[in-house]
Design a protein around this ligand. Structure first.
Ligand code: IPD
Ligand code: CA
Ligand code: CA
Length: 265
């Protein structure tokens, strides 16, 4: 394993320990609403600090972009961190959330870790070296038709600008696929797609830290990732479509009639 990926794994496991400890008594966790329907807890902050400490101990000159503490440092190496992806699930004791850490080199995701502390599942990838779940190689599915596909997604929950477009997409896809799932952690949604547990994924308006690691996992597992026009602006816009190569193309086609100018790029 590349030393930088190894450092990210250590950092993710430390954050996982913080999260698991706190999950034993959720009544003790203090929570604050950042915005309507957008919560942050002391656990998000503590997990983030554990990750940053581990990363900067190994690489003091690297830059950081972390959900709760923002951007620090300047370097061609930037760690992109979501310390707890799926905070709403965590706060409700719904066991679907993860730690997400990506290393961008000159803006390009190069190493990725998504760690699920509930199942002790560690998803890792390095550019050009494949994707792994607990050290076993993973690949996207070979399912060829959208009508046979299981598709992950995320509902709009805080910003309802694109709600009409989303519900139109949803209306079509429930009829054109085998099923849609909204587990509630975009990082894990992408990791599960990489591991062949779903065949595709789409969501509107995510943040870089939700998807930077998951996208590399999908690509290294043989999948494709794009924005709603199939281009690669998704890390900036957060509008994302992913899938095994066949499902990806059909998902783009199915979503195309519902694109507003803002969703085109
Ligand atoms: C959220 C999760 C969720 C997605 C939201 C994200 P958070 O992350 O990834 O699946 O639908 O858009 O904000 O806030 O729990 O880190
Ligand atoms: Ca997130
Ligand atoms: Ca988060």
């Amino acid at each position: 394993m590349h030393p930088m990926l190894n450092t990210a794994v250590k950092a993710a496991r430390r954050a996982g320990a913080v999260i698991n400890r706190a999950s034993l008594d959720l009544d003790l966790v203090t929570v604050r609403a950042k915005r309507e329907n957008d919560f942050v807890s002391e656990v998000d902050h503590a997990a983030e600090q554990a990750i940053i400490d581990a990363l900067l101990t190994a690489y003091p000159d690297h830059a950081i972009l972390a959900e709760e503490s923002g951007m620090t440092g300047e370097s061609e190496f930037q760690w992109v961190i979501d310390p707890l992806d799926g905070t709403t699930n965590f706060l409700h004791g719904f066991p679907q959330y993860a730690v997400s850490i990506a290393l961008l080199h000159r803006g390009i995701p190069t190493h990725a870790v998504v760690y699920d502390p509930n199942r002790n599942e560690l998803f890792t990838a390095s550019r050009g070296a494949g994707a792994f779940l607990n050290d076993k190689r993973i690949r996207v599915t070979k399912r060829a038709k959208l009508k046979d596909a299981l598709i992950g997604t995320g509902f709009p929950y805080r910003d309802f600008t694109h709600l009409d477009a989303y519900t139109a997409m949803f209306r079509d896809l429930v009829q054109q696929t085998r099923g849609l799932r909204r587990p509630g952690s975009a990082a894990l949604d992408l990791a599960w797609l990489a591991a062949g547990r779903t065949d595709g994924f789409f969501e509107i308006g995510l943040s870089t830290w939700d998807i930077a690691a998951g996208c590399l996992l999908v690509q290294e597992a043989g999948g494709l990732v794009g924005d709603f026009t199939g281009e690669d602006t998704y890390l900036r816009t957060g509008h994302i479509v992913a899938g095994n190569p066949k499902v990806f193309v059909q998902l783009l086609q199915a979503l195309a009639p519902h694109l507003t100018p803002a969703l085109r790029g």
